[in-house]
Design a binder for this molecule. Structure first.
Ligand SMILES: [Zn+2]
Ligand SMILES: [Zn+2]
Length: 430
């Protein structure tokens, strides 16, 4: 008995289901921390809009090639995919980083603040990594370097997926998202599981946020036209007023969340963002147009909310003698972390960050096109803290704003966590 206990004790650091490669990963990750930060600052200084990430993609492809990987460029326009073959056979684990920046003019006074401008939907604009995707690219380049340095010991292969256009392309007649297109081009076909992270400005550096099940919302666009009959504003009885009808419709939509959705299961949001109708004090216009956004968590809830929106608007219009045209454009599905994979990978997160630094989060009503990868294969998505220690999440500038900043001290944790995912997943599948 004693003998068994001693030999158990002598097993490599090993927590059950965890690889004994954590220690060399930690060493290699610390050694390249400065490099990762430098890469990020370079990407930050030269940000590129979705599907225009030419410079970024070139740097990534050169890096992966220098590490000895098989590299495919121009995947889904500007995407880069590198495959690292491990020394032993095993699963193919994919890791994803999105590369695109946003049409935002940076207001920060950083030495590496954005120098780029571009045209967005015909308008001149500043370009800024205002969502932190610069850090995702740099962190994944770091992971590539760490894992390439121990490839003989890897029991499987790693696919590095550098994705363009996460924020989506919305041009007249073209709506597309990088992840969706990568999936359509077969990026996920030989992948067993995929992992991704998002830097998060409202979580302290050194911490990681996650959620099992629906994590981030599905996002869909709502476009409504309510058509009545134009009339003199002094004699409304001679027409059908689309303005009053749209007001009733907007209030009707409020009952979806208060009376239809089971809010104890998952939240949902229906927001009307613009209402356009009319031109003059005394003219009741012929039509009113409204646009909005819909956020839901899960296919069933999404279908329910969509059905209620259409019913409420069309039937309120009908009761007024007006006509409603309701169009719902599906954008990203909900980002859902499968509970089984989440439970399996949670020990990797606690090993990387320490149990006190792993936070179970509430659902987030923002959206992520990582969800398209998760529809193909099991995928786990986490938030990496990017707020300075002791910062207030309420006053720290949020993503997509000109004042957005990231504390870089958490990057090394990102490199370690993503690397742990790979080796622990391989260990689990042995
Ligand atoms: Zn974003
Ligand atoms: Zn983002």
């Amino acid at each position: 008995m004693k003998k068994i206990l001693i030999s158990l004790f002598l097993l490599p650091l090993a927590v059950l289901g965890q690889s004994n490669l954590h220690e060399p990963i930690d060493r290699k990750a610390s050694a390249i921390e400065t490099k990762v930060i430098e890469w990020r600052r370079d990407f930050h200084q030269y940000p590129e809009l979705g599907n225009k990430e030419f410079r970024t993609a070139k740097i990534v492809a050169d890096h992966l090639r220098a590490l000895g990987m098989e590299v495919t460029e121009n995947v889904a326009v500007t995407g880069v995919v590198g495959v690292l073959q491990g020394g032993k056979t095993g699963p193919m684990v994919a890791l994803r980083a999105d590369m695109d920046a946003l049409p935002v003019s940076e207001r920060n006074n950083l030495t590496f603040r954005s120098l780029n401008t571009s045209t967005y939907n015909g308008q001149e604009t500043g370009v800024m990594h205002a969502c932190g995707h610069d850090s995702h690219v740099a962190i994944l380049m770091g992971v590539a370097e760490v894992l390439a340095g121990m490839k003989d010991q890897l029991e499987g292969s790693v696919k590095f997926v550098f994705q363009p256009a996460e924020e989506g392309i919305y041009e007249p007649g073209v709506t597309t998202f990088g992840a969706k297109q990568m999936v359509e081009e077969g990026v996920m076909s030989n992948v067993d599981a995929i992992f991704g992270l998002h830097i998060w400005a409202q979580i302290e550096a050194g911490k990681i946020g996650y959620r099992s099940g629906p994590f981030m919302a599905a996002v869909d666009n709502l476009d409504v036209t309510i058509s009545g009959t134009q009339a003199h504003g002094a004699s409304p009885w001679s027409g059908v007023d689309p303005i009053v009808t749209s007001a009733q419709a907007i209030l009707g939509l409020q009952t979806i969340l208060s009376r239809t959705v089971n809010i104890t299961e998952n939240p949902a949001v229906v927001t009307i963002g613009a209402v356009h109708g009319g031109i003059r004090h005394n003219i009741i216009p012929e039509k009113v147009e409204m646009i909005g956004t819909i956020r839901t968590f899960g296919d069933e809830q999404q279908a329910l909310v969509h059905r209620r929106i259409t019913d409420i608007i069309t039937k309120i219009a009908e009761s007024a003698g007006a006509k409603a045209d309701v169009k719902i454009g599906k954008l990203y599905p909900s980002t859902v972390n499968p509970p089984e994979l989440t439970n399996q990978m949670l020990p990797s997160l606690t090993a990387a960050a320490g149990p006190d630094n792993v936070i179970a989060m509430d659902p987030v009503t923002g959206a992520e096109d990582f969800s398209f990868f998760q529809r193909e294969k099991p995928g786990f998505f986490i938030f990496l803290g990017g707020m300075k220690k002791g910062g207030d999440p309420l006053t720290t500038p949020s993503h997509h704003t000109p004042d957005f900043v990231i504390d870089e001290s958490g990057f090394v944790l990102g490199v370690r966590a993503m690397s742990y995912f790979v080796v622990d997943y391989m260990e689990m599948k042995k």
